[in-house]
Design a protein around this ligand. Structure first.
Ligand code: NAP
Length: 322
């Protein structure tokens, strides 16, 4: 089969499109495994961090990148609940940048007919992250005000849809006009431009100077210091993304009796992941969760996709198709 292989750490160019052995389905393990013919792959920012070699998790070289995908069950191992031909999505696995992937079936979920394979591949990490941030870390309540600082990307749009359905007052930011239009269309009550001078004053104005009860932050390196002054009294800041160091004034947080939370989805417990999957399943069935696909690239164009996902102007999810 064809796959993207990383043989050394480095820039997007270290990803090579190669012929590699098709994986075996029946590798023994505690959980039954399935072989999936991959139809779409979700590109996540951490795929790029991992490939560069500067991430907390380093797979053994050479490795096939990618955690999220969707496709069709090709074969099943002993004890599996799936059947060949079934449409599925896969979240937070590994070796997804390939024509086939063998995966433990606790990471595999049926894909409803109304969703495309690309939408299925957009679910895993972004939607699980959004659910974890809102319901398990921030423990939001209906009626609270939420600032999504970076609402136009894969995680941001998931947050908009979940928060709107749950009854939060949603403020979302995006850097481009198409991004802001999408955030508005998906249900945000107020949409701001995080590239515009004075937009933080606007956040205070629309919250009657209280600030937001919850801030979910995609660029803590750029925004955390200001977030400490944009959070409401007793509010919560949840750091989801950061590309570097942040300078903060703890007193801004102390005077608001506010709290700072941060996580990586890799550290979620099995019980939390089970709850996340149940929540996502319900949201997909009642159609409040509708992944938005921006750019699609061919699998062999993975290097371009890795460049694109780090550029400004996010618009939903970037997908690779084998
Ligand atoms: P993405 O699709 O590339 O979206 C990136 C988002 O960041 C876009 O909405 C982008 O807006 C926004 N952004 C850019 N500059 C910003 C600024 N100055 N202020 C606020 N937002 C800004 O990525 P994603 O998949 O949504 O992931 C978002 C972040 O969360 C990434 O850093 C990723 O690594 C991280 N993440 C963490 C976890 C975890 O477990 N903690 C899980 C998934 C993702 P514009 O392009 O419109 O400017």
């Amino acid at each position: 089969m064809k796959a993207i292989l990383v043989r050394q750490w480095g820039g997007p160019e270290v990803m090579q499109y190669e012929e590699v052995p098709k994986p075996e389905v029946a590798t023994p393990g505690p959980v039954p495994r399935v072989l999936v013919r991959v139809a779409a792959i979700g590109v996540n920012p951490f795929d790029t961090y991992m490939r560069s070699g500067n991430y907390s998790i380093q797979p053994t070289l050479p490795y096939i990148p990618g955690g999220d995908a969707a496709g069709v069950i090709e074969a099943v191992g002993p004890g599996s609940q799936f059947i060949p031909g079934q449409r599925v999505w896969i979240g937070n696995a590994h070796s997804a940048y390939a024509e086939f992937m063998a995966v433990a079936e606790n990471l595999v979920h049926p894909l409803a007919e109304h969703l495309t394979f690309s939408q299925g591949a957009a679910l895993g990490v972004p939607y699980a992250t959004a659910y974890h941030a809102l319901f398990q870390v921030a423990q939001v309540k209906a009626g609270e005000t939420l600032l999504i600082h970076g609402a136009s990307g894969g995680v941001g749009i998931a947050l908009v849809q979940m928060a709107k359905a749950f009854g939060l007052i949603v403020l979302g930011t995006a850097g481009s006009e198409p991004g802001r239009e999408m955030v508005r269309r998906e249900g945000a009550h107020q949409v701001l431009n995080h590239g515009a001078e004075g937009y933080r004053d606007e956040i205070l104005r629309v919250t009657q100077n209280r600030g937001a009860d919850i801030i979910v932050e995609m660029r803590a390196d750029l925004n955390l210091e200001a977030d400490f002054r944009l959070v409401a009294p007793r509010g919560r800041i949840v750091v989801v993304g950061s590309r570097g160091e942040a300078k903060v004034l703890p007193r801004d947080l102390m005077s608001r009796h506010a709290s700072l939370h941060a996580f990586t989805l890799f550290a979620a417990t099995p019980a939390e992941l089970a709850e996340i999957n149940a929540g996502l399943q319900a949201g997909l069935e009642n159609r409040t969760l509708r992944p938005i696909i921006g750019r699609e690239f061919r699998l062999e164009e993975a290097p371009q996709a890795h460049e694109k996902i780090l550029e400004p102007g996010a618009f939903g999810k970037i997908i690779l198709t084998p």
